[in-house]
Structure formats: C-alpha cells, structure tokens
Design a protein around this ligand. Structure first.
Ligand SMILES: [Ca+2]
Length: 218
C-alpha cells in the first residue's frame, strides 16, 4: 500500500502579493514624489509592481503585507520570495527587513538589507550598533528578471539565521545573528536611497510571497 502525502503539514503560504490584486497587497505604499503602480509588459510575468524613485527622493517602497502582519513575530521561520528586475545596475536598497519604531526605539534599524549596487547583488547583515557585515554577493544583470528567496529565523538574541538564494543558488548563509529587533520587523520591497539620494532608480517586483518554507515561495 502506498501513501501519497501532500506537502509538509507545517508548510504554508502566509501571504500572496500577486500584482493582479493591486498595490493594496502591501500594508502601505511609501513613495512620496515617486510612482508605485501595477505594470505589465505582456510577457510571462503578467502584472507586476513598478517602484520608481526619482532623483532627490528617498524611497519608493511597498511596506509590509496587508492582512499578514500577524505572522511576523520572534522565534519564527519565515521565507520571502519574489522576482526582481532593475533598470540599472545601481538600484540601491531593493529590500529591507525594517525595524519598527524610530531612532533610539531600535537597536537595529534594518537587520537585513539587500542591495543592487555597481552591477552586484549584495546581502548585508546589520548588527546592533550599525555594524554592517557583507554576508553574500553575486553578479547582477540589469533589465532582466531574477528570483530572490530570503529565509529568516527570527531571534531577538544572537541565534537567528539568514539565507538568501539568487536564481536558485545559495549566495548568503549566516547563523548567530540577531534578526528580530525590540519592536519587531517588517519587509519592504522597492528602492531606497542608501547613499545616493541624487540617483533615480526604478525596480520591478513580481509575485512577492511569504511562507514558512522555501518551497512555499519558490
Ligand atoms: Ca505576475
């Protein structure tokens, strides 16, 4: 007798940010002076999100996930997956694992940052005290889609972990990190200035998802 089992019982898609549903899949759009909208180039990705940050503007981002923030907590395993394309090789911060609160309310403003900079994709872990650690990097080609998968175990002590896959290859893996700040964290997709407020940047995000396993967001 053969037992056919479905996917593991603990696996689950916790949030599906399909662009067919519009920008309301995000909890908020933070894009003053820029453009955040649904776009479609008539290719296989169908509808996706466009974030355009003109020069002189700090950010154009989709902040967090409507209806799914209850899943964000300490001591969780969370996977985020999406497709990303950038107009140039310097799109600045394209994802932030952003801490809630401001200034002295947090020890880490952004424990994990993903950058596209000078033709490289970069994974930063930013420890308390604004200590930046480059924990992974890979070549980046502008104007084409790339699959990004980020796995986090959230910990407010130093026992968390970070894994990042780009186009199916593991490019960053780090344990012994603090991934959950005092007031918690939320994901942000789009483009944030980094050191280059004067640079215009345009990025496209398709099919962002959150789940409890990599398979959920693959
Ligand atoms: Ca799509």
């Amino acid at each position: 007798m053969t037992l056919l089992t479905a996917s593991p019982a603990h696996a689950a898609v916790l949030w599906d940010g399909n662009a067919d549903k519009g920008t309301g899949v995000f909890a908020a759009i933070l894009c003053p002076g820029g453009v955040a909208r649904v776009k479609n180039w008539g290719e296989g990705h169908g509808n996706f999100f466009e974030f355009h940050k003109p020069a002189g503007v700090d950010r154009c981002e989709g902040h967090s996930m409507a209806g799914a923030e209850g899943h964000l907590a300490d001591n969780k395993t969370l996977w985020f997956g999406w497709s990303l394309a950038t107009k140039t090789g310097t799109a600045q911060a394209v994802f932030q694992w952003k801490s809630n609160g401001t200034n002295d309310q947090h020890q880490q403003n952004y424990p994990v940052l993903l950058f596209v900079e000078n033709g490289r994709f970069k994974v930063w872990y930013v420890a308390p005290g604004e200590q930046w650690h480059l924990i992974g990097t890979a070549a980046w080609s502008a104007d084409s889609w790339h699959k990004i998968e980020l796995g986090l175990t959230t910990r407010s002590d130093d026992t968390g972990s970070i894994q990042v896959y780009k186009d199916g290859s593991l490019i960053a893996s780090r344990t012994g990190v603090r991934t959950w700040d005092d007031r918690g964290n939320k994901p942000r997709w789009g483009t944030y200035r980094g050191g280059w407020t004067e640079v215009s940047s345009q990025v496209w995000v398709d099919d962002p998802k959150m789940g409890t396993s990599r398979a959920d967001v693959d």
